[in-house]
Design a protein around this ligand. Sequence first.
Ligand SMILES: Cc1ncc(C[n+]2csc(CCOP(=O)(O)OP(=O)(O)O)c2C)c(N)n1
Length: 377
Amino acid sequence: MKASIFLEEVKKIGIHTITGVPDSTLKQFCDAVCLDRGKEWKHYVTANEGAAVGLATGGYLATGCPSLVYLQNSGLGNIINPLASIANEEVYGIPMLFVVGWRGEPGVKDEPQHVYQGKVTCELLEVMNVPYSVIDEMTLETQLQEIFVKAHRQLEKNGQYAIVVKKGTFEKECSFTWENGYKLIREEALRTILKELYCDSYIVSTTGKISRELYEQSDALYGNHDRLFMTVGGMGHASMIAFGMAQADQNRHIVCIDGDGAVMMHMGALAFLAKQSPRNLLHIVINNAAHESVGAMPTGFSGQTYSQIAKASGYSNTYLVQTESELERALKDARSKEELSMIEVMTSLDSRADLGRPKESAEENRIHFMKSYHKVK
Ligand SMILES: Cc1ncc(C[n+]2csc(CCOP(=O)(O)OP(=O)(O)O)c2C)c(N)n1
């Protein structure tokens, strides 16, 4: 299906605002919205999916028009609270259309973080009182029109409706590409970080390609990845996992390797970490100004730097680096200081087409990580 045809239907039911967090299943849809050749949409990439529900609520209060909120099904967790306690018909009754990318659909092989989430996706919508239809590459235009008739009816009753999108539904029609102007390649920066820190630290890494690149690079450099805990799901929570470890044993050095989109998703963690100021935690943010792992859509960030925000929040040391040698210097300096530090590394949008995925299950990764952590105690 062409995203442009889908968007025509969206327009017909009186939606002018599109907001959400990108997803690889919705890549073609997101590209079409970003390109917006007809300048038809108000489009906002929010910090997290719950924030998009907030935006849609305000938009409705001001205009009487519903908005479209797009998300990967992992974002359902982030929307549940505002959906149940603001938008639901038993509360304010705020109409909105959800477009949900379905990762982990039962019977379709997918990554471990998507399996359970995929299984409960439709049940979650049912329990949240959101009627839905599922579309895939076989869905005909006439069937889509019928779905939009149902959605429109539901929105007119001040309810919500969801269109659940299976993998491969949207065909490639146009491609939104851009450059952020930075030269350092993320995977090379990660290799430098591992060389400097892997042997005497434990690493908690964020969702997406950062973890996949760290996995391959630690294997290439050290023949194992036992000191790496990959936060494959729970986007935005890696720094709190790292803090949980750091506070439990102050004699261990913990490194969180985060992405800019992930930091933004739960940015309150920065203020919390600054207040706690663990001396044994180094927070590294790989900033490419995009959700690169799911198609490189720019984040909604203002252009201030995360290191500025960390500094203002109360981190003891912050560094902003753009080159390999600046990164090496910052790593050495931060490691010598034993105070809560953030190193923000500006990187390009490049990644390898042949990048692999972890070979063992998430549970096996957790077991190996804990064994390596407890063995040397
Ligand atoms: C709650 C939630 N929403 C959306 C996603 C889909 N997702 C996976 S990785 C990713 C992008 C991460 O961006 P960033 O942290 O900047 O790292 P980058 O991919 O740019 O290295 C997104 C949006 C997700 N996993 N979880």
